[in-house]
Write a protein that binds this ligand. Structure first.
Ligand code: SF4
Ligand code: SF4
Length: 158
């Protein structure tokens, strides 16, 4: 049977463990000027994500041009079928047939952000953006077409 001394010892030990656990939290709480958390979403307009953040993929320039040739290498290299590249044949200015991107499908809900597609794209057509607000009520909205409507292949990309 436990004595009253053992009982009191356990209480003291419990309190000491609690204080030890709260040491880091407490040091931030009482350190003036230290930012511990960010007030999201009230800081949404000014929020800058860190450089390594991985959001969505395939940038376009201000002329609505991208660098995707429709080669399909990203689809082959994606380990979980997140990407589907549908290509088409186009006739170039000199009358030759050439493969071009028709639809570049990206299933954001399946993406693990492993970056294999970005690293292996021979045209550097893919890059991670800073977009981070991906929450939707309908899962179908996470299936995206990366090439924007009316976009063209950037000049000089073969
Ligand atoms: S994104 Fe890159 S790897 Fe994927 S189809 Fe386009 S050019 Fe090829
Ligand atoms: S980041 Fe990885 S999982 Fe996501 S699309 Fe690219 S290769 Fe696939």
């Amino acid at each position: 049977m436990r004595s009253i001394i053992d009982y009191l010892k356990e209480i003291v030990f419990g309190l000491w463990s609690l204080l030890k656990g709260m040491k880091v939290t407490g040091s931030y709480f009482f350190r003036p000027g230290t930012i511990v958390t960010q007030k999201y979403p009230s800081n949404r307009k000014d929020l800058v994500m860190f450089d390594r953040f991985k959001g969505e993929v395939m940038p376009h320039n201000e002329k609505n041009e991208h660098k995707c040739t429709g080669c399909g290498i990203c689809e082959i290299n994606c380990p979980n079928g997140t990407i589907e590249v549908i290509s088409k044949s186009v006739i170039t200015g000199d009358g030759k047939k050439k493969r071009a991107i028709d639809i570049h499908i990206y299933r954001l809900g399946m993406c693990t952000f492993c970056a294999l597609c970005v690293k292996t794209c021979p045209s550097n057509a893919l890059a991670f953006s800073q977009e981070f607000e991906h929450a939707v009520f309908n899962r179908a909205l996470l299936i995206k077409t990366l090439n924007k409507p009316g976009s063209q292949l950037m000049k000089g990309v073969e």
